[in-house]
Design a protein around this ligand. Structure first.
Ligand code: NAP
Length: 247
């Protein structure tokens, strides 16, 4: 990944942080982004300490102007973009869709779907001018098969899968690839309520060929592959990192 510039959203912890670290270890210059400046400063600093190169940029991807500014700043400082990892997402509610209101749905769609689209739209010209680019959208097993209690979130993740395929179709001729990663249950703050619930954990592991829950690094290797030229012929793909849960 030497010389490549990668923007990773939601990179202050969990899966996004692991992806940012993996890309930096492989030689990429990484823009570490999430809503909280102090949080991304800490990750960028740690990457620097480990010999990598990182820049910390605060951005709430649910706000279109901030999503655009994230890409603009990257291009202004580092001359362009080669890789976009749309990893940030929210799931503010749990329960049946009958109980959810429009404001919640709007927020989920703004962060999980419209934000990723805007970051990519803004970065497209730079990637196309370079003749290559890799978009990696972090969806979920819920985007393939809705998870109980996570209805609207699952809908947003299904939309992200479809959006990725659209990008793959429309941008492939310019050399820009787009792929999806669908993590299963990964041990992060985001999924804490699930893996700390003994019943959910037992049920999940009973259905999963690899009988452990994942760690962020289990997703980072796949992201690194998709970001790199090793995946030069891969686009429009939906790649599972779920321990076989959906098989
Ligand atoms: P996490 O550890 O909670 O990290 C979420 C990251 O997103 C943080 O860096 C957070 O930082 C940032 N973030 C939240 N809202 C944001 C916003 N509006 N704009 C920009 N950044 C925002 O979560 P995770 O488990 O690693 O999840 C990462 C991705 O994997 C998500 O897309 C999630 O849907 C997906 N996923 C996770 C699992 C799982 O089991 N963990 C399973 C399937 C899919 P700030 O608070 O500083 O903004």
């Amino acid at each position: 990944m030497d010389g490549r510039v990668a923007v990773v959203t939601g990179a202050s912890k969990g899966i996004g942080e692991a992806i940012a670290r993996a890309l930096a270890e492989a030689g990429a210059r990484v823009v570490v982004s999430s809503r909280k400046q102090e949080a991304v400063d800490a990750v960028a600093h740690a990457i620097g300490q480990a010999g990598g190169e990182a820049m910390a940029v605060a951005c709430n991807v649910g706000r279109i102007d901030e999503a655009r500014a994230l890409v603009d700043r990257t291009i202004a400082e580092w001359g362009g973009v080669d890789v976009v990892v749309n990893n940030a997402a929210v799931n503010p509610v749990y329960g049946p869709v009958l109980e959810q209101d429009d404001a919640v749905f709007d927020k989920i769609l703004a962060v999980n779907v419209k934000g990723p689209l805007e970051v990519c739209r803004r970065a497209y010209a730079s990637m196309a001018a370079r003749g290559h680019g890799s978009v990696i959208n972090v969806s979920s097993i819920g985007g393939v098969s809705p998870e109980p209690g996570l209805g609207l979130y699952s809908v947003s993740k299904a939309a992200l899968i479809s959006l990725t395929k659209v990008m793959a179709q429309e941008w492939g001729p310019a050399g820009v690839r787009a792929n999806v990663i669908c993590p299963g249950l990964i041990r992060t703050k985001f999924s804490q309520a699930l893996w700390q619930d003994k019943q959910v954990l037992r049920r999940t592991l009973a259905e999963q060929p690899i009988r452990r829950i994942g760690v962020p690094e289990d997703v980072a290797g796949l992201a690194l592959f998709l970001a790199s030229d090793a995946a030069a012929y891969c686009t429009g793909g939906v790649h599972m990192a779920d321990g076989g849960y959906l098989t």
